[in-house]
Design a binder for this molecule. Structure first.
Ligand code: FES
Length: 169
């Protein structure tokens, strides 16, 4: 049974998320978000446990889990880069930045670098449209990111907050 492949911490995260949010109407999405917030990903082994806990079929849970790319079904890299691919950023170089990021990290979107360090994810608008191209590194917003700035951010470790002089929304 798939649920047996979960670690104790993963099993507990699922049960606690269901206990906290399972009463909501349409609880599956909030519960999946809670699990990903806690674990960094949603192990496929949660499907039978969620189906039982939320009184859904395994097919329903699996369908939602696989429909939304937001939910990761494999562990993320140690740093997660969310690159904005929406229109305003697109107009000021997001496509070139994405191509650079993919080449630099050696991954496609939704992929994790071979060394396990970085996961590259697309996101559609970060509310920072006037200062694009925008991206998040481990949840920290960076604005007007050129390919050179991208390299510098990765070199800095990038999780310490916006660099001096950088615009924020
Ligand atoms: S379009 Fe990129 S932040 Fe809005």
């Amino acid at each position: 049974m798939q649920a047996q492949s979960l670690t104790g911490a993963q099993h507990a995260a699922v049960l606690e998320s269901v206990a906290a949010l399972g009463h909501l109407q349409g609880a599956l999405l909030p519960v999946l978000h809670a699990i990903q917030d806690r674990l960094g990903w949603v192990p496929p082994g949660v499907v039978p446990l969620l189906a039982t806990g939320l009184n859904l079929s395994r097919a329903e849970v699996h369908g939602v889990l696989t429909f939304y790319h937001w939910f990761r079904q494999s562990p993320p890299g140690r740093q997660v880069v969310h690159l904005c691919r929406a229109e305003a950023c697109q107009a000021v170089g997001a496509a070139a930045l994405e191509a650079h990021a993919r080449q630099r990290l050696g991954v496609e979107l939704h992929g994790t670098s071979a060394d396990g360090r970085y996961t590259l994810e697309p996101v559609y608008c970060l509310g920072n449209c006037a200062c694009g191209p925008s991206l998040l590194i481990d949840g920290v917003l960076h604005a007007r990111v050129t390919p050179e700035r991208f390299d510098a951010l990765l070199g800095e470790g990038a999780a310490g907050g916006p660099a001096a002089g950088e615009a924020t929304p």
